[in-house]
Ligand binder design. Structure first.
Ligand code: SAM
Length: 288
């Protein structure tokens, strides 16, 4: 696969792609994401507003595959449900225009489950089918891939070649203890007053548990519905960004620029992919 990674974030698609191919170019407007991407993958994504990148510029990369994770807020359970009307869908709409002009051989899109049945999903299917592509809508969660984390997502896989249907894995989640830092930073611990104020709404887990809730971008700031908190002998604490990266299946050496604040790290991870699930979605594409 010769891929374009669109809305590249910290490069989850690139990790999932592994030896299946190479990323010819990545695009993202967020500088913190691009710094992290460059640190981990060597190449720096183009810091371009995708709504303004002309079809010829994208076609010039000579890619046969698009891997993309458009912003999910227009389709989120807690979002405004404006779909294509949301200004954050402008780049996706533009990419669908580009697709009509210069379609790749195959495309894989990741988003929240609310994307299914949305107007954006309908537009995507229309473009795919107009080019005679086959398509599968896959719903999957890392908790079925051996990871103790809930992150249900949809992957729309489309190709001009026949697709390869695969069973969804059903591996038991490993205990959280396998994903924890040996020496957690003191800043992760909640003060007794903070814990007392919020514990009733928090999702609390212990290291022996085999589950955690979905970590979202606001994890550093919010206590309810933003991800699980860990109860330890030394008190309750947030999961560290490194622990969340492990729960997302990012490679062991994955790291952030040292100056990047904790909140920003959580925000980037909250946008991210579960790597084994994304890799499974890619496995539905046959070798070409
Ligand atoms: C859902 S996240 C994708 C995360 C990515 N898959 C990863 O592994 O980290 C969406 C990304 O798209 C970027 N983005 C949003 N709107 C954009 C636009 N109009 N042009 C370029 N990048 C955009 C955001 O900065 C964000 O990093």
């Amino acid at each position: 696969m010769r891929a374009l990674e669109l809305f590249s974030g910290v490069g989850g698609w690139r990790c999932a792609l592994g030896g299946r191919g190479q990323v010819l170019a990545a695009y993202d407007v967020n500088e913190a994401a691009n710094d992290t991407y460059a640190l981990n993958h060597g190449d720096r994504p183009r810091p371009r507003e995708l709504a303004a990148v002309p079809a010829q510029a994208l076609a010039a990369h000579g890619a046969d595959t698009w891997l993309m994770s458009p912003p999910c807020q227009p389709f989120c359970r807690m979002g405004n449900h404006q779909g294509l009307e949301d200004p954050r869908s402008r780049a996706f709409r533009h990419l669908m225009d580009v697709f009509r002009e210069a379609p790749p051989q195959q495309v894989v899109l990741e988003n929240v489950v609310g994307f299914l049945g949305s107007d954006a999903h309908a537009l995507f299917l229309k473009c795919i089918r107009a080019h005679g592509m086959q398509q599968l809508d896959l719903e999957a969660c890392p908790s079925r891939f051996g990871l103790p984390n809930q992150r249900p997502r949809v992957y729309v896989v489309a190709s001009r070649q026949p697709l390869r249907p695969l069973p969804r894995p059903d591996l038991p989640p490993r205990p959280l203890s396998e994903f924890l830092d040996a020496d957690p930073e003191p800043e992760l611990f909640l003060s007794p007053a903070t814990f007392e104020r919020h514990w009733r709404g928090m999702d609390l887990v212990v290291p022996e548990d085999r589950r955690s809730t979905c970590f979202i971008g606001g994890y550093g700031r919010r206590f309810v519905g933003s991800g699980s908190f860990l109860k330890t002998r030394d008190g309750a604490r947030r999961f560290s960004p490194t622990e969340i990266a492990r729960l997302h299946g990012l490679p062991d050496g994955f790291h952030f620029p040292p100056e990047l604040p904790l909140e920003v790290r959580y925000r980037l991870l909250g946008n991210g992919l579960s790597i084994p699930v994304a890799a499974w979605a890619l496995d539905h594409l046959r070798d070409r």
